[in-house]
Ligand binder design. Structure first.
Ligand SMILES: NC(=O)c1ccc[n+]([C@@H]2O[C@H](COP(=O)([O-])OP(=O)(O)OC[C@H]3O[C@@H](n4cnc5c(N)ncnc54)[C@H](O)[C@@H]3O)[C@@H](O)[C@H]2O)c1
Ligand SMILES: [Zn+2]
Length: 371
């Protein structure tokens, strides 16, 4: 079967991302060169056990690879210190060695959690990501950020740890719930808005094909997003500069997610969708970009069925509560608020001097937020 390859160029930590329809059924063929021994441990989202696991196992068994399966309950709560501890113990009982490869099979939750387990177990074992949500295929499986949530905040324990390879099968997306697909679409739009106006225009005409899960269009758009992110990560692996641009919409998104309470009422990609429109609105308000940009982005996302204001998820929030979450953002520096803003479609900049009053005005301009 044909597939596309995107190389993440990080010196000796470089690795390939393979993308195609049906590549999971040829997993051992594609992964063989990236395995350190004939033994793998599969960390799998429970939701995939009845749907996609057999495809992977058939391929592994055909090449006589030895495997164990460790299931992870679906959902963000599995990205916890408690789940991490229990899974480390479960994996250690299987007696792995430093050449055993951990395969993380699931969305961003299993990827972030499994990546952190791989980074720390036996002081580091190799791992390979098999991402199965649109969000994880276009974003979280690229760049080596791994981590866990704590009671103080999300993603506050973690490590930069690169996989040996990533294998993306667009076929797995056929079973993804619509809402999760749209959440992933929010992150796709982000790449156009922050760095490539032409790609944004391409999305204008290909949006329907992506949402209809047309395999060739999915493979094309996933490959584009992976290479866009890979290029930025190759320049700035540990986010000391340019990589921060990938956080477009995320300062707002994190505040919205915190207010929503991580209970599934607002998915991360949905928060990013609303957050991008807010970032564009704030950019207009600060005279950084021309008027109309926020509306253009809003209209595109709305047409895709992505939420574009808190009212779209039936929220009714007080602005002070939201502002409280900005104070806690780990990207703040010296009391100044850091935002990724827009000078134009496709041109994002980092601003470290944004006044609280401007953020407040932007928030109040959105339905579902009141004084
Ligand atoms: N490391 C990074 O750079 C990075 C970037 C963005 C997001 N993230 C993290 O990613 C996580 C979100 O990832 P996500 O959106 O993939 O969430 P997720 O892993 O929770 O998956 C979403 C839902 O889809 C289900 N699912 C997964 N694959 C499926 C399939 N093929 N068919 C049917 N159902 C399927 C899961 O069981 C879950 O219920 C967050 O924890 C976020 O912090 C990390
Ligand atoms: Zn994100």
């Amino acid at each position: 079967m044909s597939h596309k390859t995107v190389e993440v160029a990080l010196g000796e930590r470089s690795y390939p991302i393979l993308i195609g329809h049906g590549v999971l059924g040829e997993a051992s063929h594609h992964l063989f060169a990236h395995l350190a021994s004939n033994r793998v441990i599969i960390l799998i989202d429970e939701a995939l056990i009845d749907t996609h696991l057999h495809t992977l196992l058939k391929s592994l068994a055909a090449s006589q690879l030895k495997y164990d399966i460790v299931p992870v309950p679906s959902g963000e709560t599995s990205k916890s210190l408690a789940a991490y501890a229990a899974l480390c113990e479960a994996i250690l009982r299987l007696n792995p060695d430093r050449h055993t490869t951990l395969l993380t099979f699931g969305g961003g939750v299993v990827g972030d959690l499994g990546g952190f387990i791989a980074a720390t177990l036996l002081r580091g074992i190799p791992f390979i990501q098999l991402p199965t949500t649109l969000l994880s295929q276009v974003d979280s499986s690229v760049g080596g950020k791994t981590g866990l949530n704590t009671s103080v905040g999300k993603n506050l324990v973690g490590a930069f740890y690169q996989p040996k390879a990533v294998l993306i099968d667009t076929m797995t997306l056929q079973t993804l719930p619509d809402r999760e697909l749209r959440a992933g679409y929010g992150e796709i739009v982000k790449y156009g808005v922050l760095g490539d106006a032409e790609f944004f225009e391409w999305l204008d005409t290909h949006q329907a094909e992506i949402l209809a899960r047309k395999p060739e269009t999915l493979a094309e758009v996933i490959a584009y997003c992976c290479s866009a992110k890979a290029e930025i990560v190759a320049e700035d692996e540990r986010e000391s500069g340019k990589r921060a641009l990938l956080n477009l919409g995320h300062t707002f998104a994190h505040a919205l997610e915190a207010e929503a309470g991580y209970d599934g009422t607002l998915l991360h990609g949905e928060a990013v969708s609303i957050g991008m429109v807010m970032a564009a609105h704030l950019s207009e308000q600060l005279d950084l970009c021309e008027m109309g940009l926020a509306e253009r982005i809003r209209a595109h996302l709305q047409r895709a069925g992505c939420p574009v204001s808190p009212a779209d998820i039936k929220a009714d929030w007080q602005v002070v509560a939201l502002l409280g979450h900005f104070h806690a953002d780990k990207k703040n520096q010296n009391g100044k608020w850091v935002f990724i803003l827009l000078e134009a479609l496709g041109r994002a900049v980092i601003r470290k001097d944004v006044a609280q009053s401007a953020v407040r005005d932007t928030l109040l301009a959105f339905d579902g937020i009141r004084d």
